[in-house]
Structures are given as C-alpha cells and as structure tokens.
Design a protein around this ligand. Structure first.
Ligand SMILES: *[C@@H]1O[C@H](CO)[C@@H](O)[C@H](O)[C@H]1NC(C)=O
Ligand SMILES: *[C@@H]1O[C@H](CO)[C@@H](O)[C@H](O)[C@H]1NC(C)=O
Ligand SMILES: *[C@@H]1O[C@H](CO)[C@@H](O)[C@H](O)[C@H]1NC(C)=O
Ligand SMILES: *[C@@H]1O[C@H](CO)[C@@H](O)[C@H](O)[C@H]1NC(C)=O
Ligand SMILES: *[C@@H]1O[C@H](CO)[C@@H](O)[C@H](O)[C@H]1NC(C)=O
Ligand SMILES: *[C@@H]1O[C@H](CO)[C@@H](O)[C@H](O)[C@H]1NC(C)=O
Length: 523
C-alpha cells in the first residue's frame, strides 16, 4: 500500500523533471500535474517537549508547547530556574520547560517559561505578529498569553490572568478583520467571546450549534472547525446542518474522531468575497452542495497544510481509532497531496512515507522555505517512552514536497523585491521583482500569500491562502526585465474581510514550484 504509489510517482517525477528542465517553453505540460514523492528529514532527535501546539512567527521561529501538568518534560528551564506553581496538578515545583522556541535558521531549540496550564488551548497570530494564545486547563483555562517575537533570545511568554469570560479548554480561535480574535467553544461551552476585549462588549455570546453535534461518544463539540468567511460570519463543518448542506454519510468529523479541514485557496480576489460566499453559503446559492471524494488512505487525526502553490498536504494520524488516550492504531505514515484543481478522482497523490508514527497530539506547519515542519505524538497523560504502544515522541522532522527537489533549482523563482517584512495596504498595486533562470512561460506564474496558522488537534486555526494572480491576465502582468529577471504586478487583497491584518508569507510560484517566501505585513 505504501511503497507502490511512491514507486509509480517516482517515475512520474522523473518525466516531469525532464519536461520542466528541457521544455520550459511548451504550454500545458504541467498545467495540472506536478512532481510527487517528497523527502523526509530528521531535524532533531529530541526537542525536549511534545509538540501539541505549534505556531510559526515572522522571525522564522516556531513556538511549540504541550501542557504544564505532564510531569517533567525532557528539557530544563534556563538558568536553573524552576516553576513553583501550587496549582499544578502534577508537579508543584517543576524545573523543566513545557514550551520551546525552534529557530529554523540555526535548527536549534531554546526553552521558554509558561506558567499556567496551556493544555489543549487555542490561539492565533495577531496583526503585529505576536502569538496570542488563550485558555487551557485548570489554572490556565481563562488566561491569555502573548508571545512577542524577537530576533534574539530575550522574548518569552507574558500571561494575563482570568481575562476570558468562560473556561476555554479545546476551543478554537480565529483572527477577525478588526484584528481581534474570536474564541469559539471549548469543552462544555456553547458560546464564543472576543479578545482583546472592547470596553462594554466583554460578554460571551451563546452559540447553541456547539451543543448539537450528534457524536454520542463525546459531551459536545471540541475544537470546533471554524473559518472566517465574509468577515463576521462563520462556517462550521458539522454532521447535521440547517444552514449548510449535510455531509453525506453523517460520520463525525471533529474531536475525538478528528478529521481535519482547510479553507481552499481564495482566488480571484477582487470578487473574492462574493465567490467564497457562493461556494459556502447556500442562502445565496440554493443548489450549493458538499462534493465528496474518496481519499486513497483512511485517516483520523491528520493535519492539513496549505502549500504555497495552492495544493493541500494531508499528513500525520492513524487509520483506525480516535483521538485521546491510546485510542488509535495503525499510524498512517504516508502523506497525501490534494490538488483541488484536478478533476475528482485525480486529486490525491500519495507521497514518500516517514518511519515515525504521529498519533494524538502531533502537528505540522508550513515554513517560509516551503518545507513542512512535523513533530509531536503523545497519546499518554505523561511522557512515556517505554512500555507503551506509541511512545511519547520528541523528534522533529521536515517533509519536503517535490517542489523542493534540487533538480528544480533552475526553474525556482527567487523574489528580489520587495524585501521581507515590507508593509502593504489593501487594494493596492504591488510590484514584485524576481529571478528565474532561463526564459519562463509567463502564463504559469502565480503569486500567493499564506497566513501562518496556529496548529493543534488536527486543525490549523487561521490557515488561509490567497491567490493574488489571475490566470487570464497573468501573461500581461509579468514583464521580462532582461536575462533571468522578471517583474509581476498584482493587486493586494481588497479588504480585511479576505485578509485580516497581520503577517503573511508571500510566494512567487512557477508551474507549482514556489520561491522561498518573504514575510509581508498587511494593514
Ligand atoms: C523517498 O525517500 C527516499 C529516502 O529519503 C529517497 O531516497 C527517495 O528519493 C524518495 N523518493 C522520492 C520519489 O523522492
Ligand atoms: C532527557 O532525556 C535524556 C535521555 O533519556 C536524559 O539523559 C536527560 O537527562 C533528559 N533531560 C531532562 C531535562 O529531562
Ligand atoms: C459582489 O457582486 C456584486 C454583484 O455582482 C458586485 O456589484 C460587487 O462589486 C461584488 N463585490 C465584491 C467585493 O467583489
Ligand atoms: C507513564 O509515565 C507516568 C509518569 O512517569 C507513570 O506514572 C505511568 O505509569 C507511565 N505509564 C506507563 C504505561 O508506563
Ligand atoms: C524592479 O525592477 C525594475 C526594473 O529593473 C526596477 O526599476 C525597480 O527599481 C525594481 N524594484 C525594486 C524595488 O527593486
Ligand atoms: C494585469 O493585466 C490586466 C490586463 O492587461 C490589467 O487589466 C490589470 O490591471 C493588470 N493588473 C495589475 C495589478 O497590474
């Protein structure tokens, strides 16, 4: 099951590489297809904590944390510090860290201090690039915590006690057009609230839908799957639905069954708000339906990662059982790439497999260089390395999709300007200078921007990808500036409803091969 697809795809890759390298002027060769396969690399054999939650910051550092009442982790707090927390349910004095910062550039980890319990909490990056994380368990369930990125080693968590109206354990956050976050649900919470609070508007609001899930195995909806659509309206995946089509089969999708979900790339941005509404909102389009497709491999607890070229990576998880304590079996070691533009039946492509099971409490996030950072897996209440079927895993790997194959170096675009961390406004002309060796077919250039999500429990909160180029006009919008130098002109998203303020990674993509991204801040 695992080797055959990879072998077949290896020969596909070979052919496509030949076509890419030798026939760069021909049209249509790669309009739909792209190389398959991919490569796994073990980055670190021990990051000290189990990566239950991950968020990439605009410093190319990844904040990682598990929970504080897991007993000792495998990394000490800096400077012989210990955390003295009489409320901790396991260790009142704990000299190990439960959060770390991973630095992509140096491939290294440093421990961070988080005080109250962040177990199964939620979060999102803020407009200024800080990570804001809320809730958790026990003494942390109404707290907010901010991690302001820095380029040295000085930054750490800042905590704000009891600022939420409700306890938020297993909630979901999403950034809103006004730069605040909405915090939805949590165990036993059929309501939502906003943070930071506005004076006089700090209550929580009922959302009865969260109590209507029909999975008999759980109390109610955990980690609600939630997308921002047209600003203040929310789209929920659910089994029974009044406003959106019922998903055929009625199988449960959210925790503990733990399917995953992404908002597919938002295209044609000038009309984008309308286009997305049509797809998702049956009130505007009564014949809207849920299209079903079948994955080549069964999977629970997978993670879905939007790739810079608009494809979706499905990675991690198991093929039987559910989330929670030791309840899953048969790890799925083979990621899939999903190509939303292919016809149904031709959208999934199996990739090279890893050797490391990523069960409950594992995560995957996109890096600016196009690799996917993969870590975590701990289906136990503590760190258990022996005597269990799936030991607590502290390794960190990357999966490099085949667009990173070194043989594609000649066609890989490289952004020359703007410089990383440039600011852009809404609905503006943006000129991007880039290089690509040799002459390219301008019709196959695409510019995308990706919001780096907060990932936990098979869901990446705030994950969205916007396609800034229009296929019909792209040839006219790309200019050759002489040998290997090109310029592409795009319009930035026309509203904060499409692109809430904050940092995004901007990519120039040629025939599904993305450049290294640059950070841009939209405000
Ligand atoms: C799969 O991974 C192996 C080991 O890293 C590598 O040798 C092989 O080239 C990969 N296959 C493809 C199709 O990339
Ligand atoms: C981490 O694990 C290693 C190997 O088991 C052990 O030698 C080391 O003491 C541990 N460190 C901490 C801080 O627990
Ligand atoms: C939405 O569609 C209407 C009618 O076609 C159009 O007038 C309006 O400009 C569109 N809005 C956006 C944001 O594209
Ligand atoms: C897991 O680790 C905890 C804490 O060290 C220990 O109490 C428990 O017995 C371990 N579980 C197993 C199955 O070994
Ligand atoms: C982009 O390239 C054009 C043409 O070479 C040049 O005039 C312009 O200054 C470049 N833009 C930046 C920001 O470097
Ligand atoms: C892209 O090209 C089309 C067709 O020439 C033009 O109407 C549009 O304004 C161009 N877009 C940008 C951002 O320059």
């Amino acid at each position: 099951m695992e080797t055959t697809p990879s072998l077949i795809l290896a020969s596909v890759l070979h052919n496509l590489l030949i076509q890419l390298l030798l026939l760069p002027y021909q049209q249509n060769i790669l309009a739909l297809a792209a190389p398959g396969g991919g490569k796994w690399n073990l980055l670190l054999s021990n990051i000290g904590v189990s990566a239950m939650h991950m968020q990439l910051l605009n410093t190319d550092r990844v904040v990682i944390f598990d929970r504080t009442d897991f007993g000792p982790s495998n990394i000490s707090l800096p400077n012989n510090q210990c955390r003295n927390n009489p409320n901790d349910l396991t260790l009142k004095v704990d000299c190990t860290a439960h959060s770390v910062e991973y630095d992509v550039a140096s491939n290294s980890i440093r421990p961070l201090n988080v005080f109250t319990d962040v177990w199964c909490s939620s979060g999102s990056a803020m407009p200024d690039g800080s990570l804001m994380q809320t809730g958790g368990f026990n003494d942390g369930d109404r707290n907010a915590r901010v991690y302001k990125p820095c380029s040295d080693r000085a930054c750490d968590w800042q905590e704000f006690d009891a600022v939420l109206r409700q306890k938020r354990w297993y909630a979901t956050n999403h950034i809103l057009p006004d730069g605040r976050q909405i915090i939805v649900g949590g165990r036993g919470q059929f309501n939502y609230e906003f943070y930071p609070k506005k004076a006089g508007a700090d209550q929580s609001y009922n959302l009865p839908f969260l109590s209507q899930i029909n999975d008999p195995r759980i109390e109610k909806q955990f980690v609600p799957i939630c997308f921002l659509e047209r600003g203040w309206k929310f789209v929920y995946f659910r089994q029974q639905s009044r406003n959106y089509p019922t998903i055929p089969g009625g199988d449960p999708r959210s925790y503990p069954s733990s399917g995953s979900a992404v908002l597919l790339p938002l295209r044609d941005l000038q009309a984008g708000a309308n286009v997305t509404a049509e797809v998702l909102d049956p009130n505007n389009r009564p014949k809207s339906t849920m299209a079903m497709d079948t994955m080549p491999l069964a999977r629970v607890m997978g993670d879905m990662v939007l790739l810079p070229n608009g494809n979706v990576l499905i990675i991690n998880g198991a093929s039987s059982g559910t989330a929670g304590w030791d309840l899953a079996r048969n790890p799925v070691l083979t990621p899939l790439i999903y190509r939303p533009n292919n016809p149904i039946g031709m959208r999934f492509e199996a990739q090279n497999s890893t050797l490391i099971p990523r069960m409950y409490h594992s995560t995957a996030v996109l890096l600016r260089d196009g690799r996917i950072l993969v870590s975590g897996s701990n289906p136990h209440a503590y760190y258990n390395f022996t005597g269990v079927l799936f030991p607590t895993d502290l390794t960190m790997e990357t999966f490099s999709p085949d667009y990173l194959d070194p043989r594609l170096v000649r066609v890989r675009p490289k952004i020359v300007s703007p410089v990383s961390h440039s600011q852009i406004g809404y609905g503006q002309h943006l000129v991007i200078n880039f290089t690509a060796q040799g002459r390219i077919n301008r019709g196959f250039i695409m510019v995308t921007m990706v919001a780096p999500p907060f990932t936990t429990h098979s869901f990446s909160m705030n994950q969205r990808l916007l396609v800034l180029t229009n296929r019909a006009e792209i040839s006219a919008n790309v200019t050759s500036l002489g040998r290997s130098n090109y310029q592409v002109r795009v319009m930035t998203p026309n509203s904060n409803l499409l692109a809430p303020p904050g940092y995004y990674i901007l990519f120039v993509v040629y025939r599904e091969v993305p450049s290294e991204g640059i950070w841009i801040q939209i405000k």
